[in-house]
Write a protein that binds this ligand. Structure first.
Ligand code: ATP
Length: 236
């Protein structure tokens, strides 16, 4: 069952400045999809089109049951400047109408995992980039969305945080949540993604399971990076 159906004919920053074309794919329950491609390929523009924050879009982006129950984790974390970590959590809890007790039960294990429990009374704007990213992850996971849209999740996270994040994401996926993530870390993408979408110059160069991608590149052996090199070279 599809959590997200993307059928973008064209999109961009104005009608005169169209960036992406013919971006068609689905994200199904429990899947982890990697949106990959060189700098300027159109990954962020695709994400913005899905989030509805792009100025010009022809085509459609449909969420499961027309309900946009997604969490977006941007590459650059954003926080309210005057709210502490705990106040950010309270804000989510008040929207969800959780009691103090329920909120604490949900959030404490996450804060412990990411070693943030001793920083709850501090302002997240004063945290390091990695700590800010961890807090964005905690806030996203608290909401229990059916789709996680994540821009470059691994940049700035230490190796333990990457492992913890992937483990938590897997737990959420087992409960049915899907993940769409952009990344330049192809070795990690190769290890964790169910399917890959390779963008180049605003179009999908290829998409499929890792084995399909290697097959399309004619590579029996080698890494995802090697197959991408072959496919990108072939298209130019
Ligand atoms: N706000 C904007 N206004 C106009 N053009 C933009 C804007 N943001 C991006 N672009 C253009 O859109 C094209 C695709 O950029 P995009 O940010 O989608 O690429 P990307 O694949 O996410 O790249 P990266 O890996 O470097 O993050 C680029 O040519 C870029 O200059």
């Amino acid at each position: 069952m599809s959590v997200l159906n993307v059928n973008i004919e064209q999109a961009g920053y104005s009608e005169e400045h169209r960036i992406i074309r013919d971006i068609v794919f689905q994200v199904r329950k429990g899947e982890l999809i990697g949106l990959i491609g060189p700098n300027g390929a159109g990954k962020s523009t695709t994400i913005k089109s899905i989030l509805g924050t792009i100025d010009y879009l022809e085509g459609s982006v449909c969420f499961e049951n027309n309900q946009m129950k997604y969490a977006y984790i941007p590459e650059q974390p954003v926080f309210y400047e005057e709210l502490t970590l705990w106040e950010h959590i309270q804000f989510v809890a008040s929207v969800r109408e959780w009691s103090e007790n329920e909120m604490t039960q949900r959030v404490l294990p996450l804060l412990k995992t990411f070693r943030l429990e001793e920083r709850v009374h501090e302002l997240p704007v004063t945290f390091s980039k990695g700590m800010q990213q961890k807090l964005m992850i905690v806030l996203a996971m608290l909401n229990d969305p059916s789709l996680y849209i994540i821009d470059e999740p691994f940049v700035g996270l230490d190796p333990k945080a990457i492992n913890d994040f992937l483990r938590l994401l897997n737990e959420k996926r087992q409960e049915g949540a899907a993940v769409l993530m952009t990344t330049h870390m192809l070795d990690t993408a190769e290890r964790i993604c169910d399917r890959i979408i390779l963008l180049m110059d605003g179009e999908i160069l290829t998409q499929g399971k890792i084995d399909d991608i290697h097959q399309k590149a004619g590579m029996d052996q080698g890494s995802l990076f090697d197959s991408f090199e072959v496919l990108m070279e072939r298209s130019t």
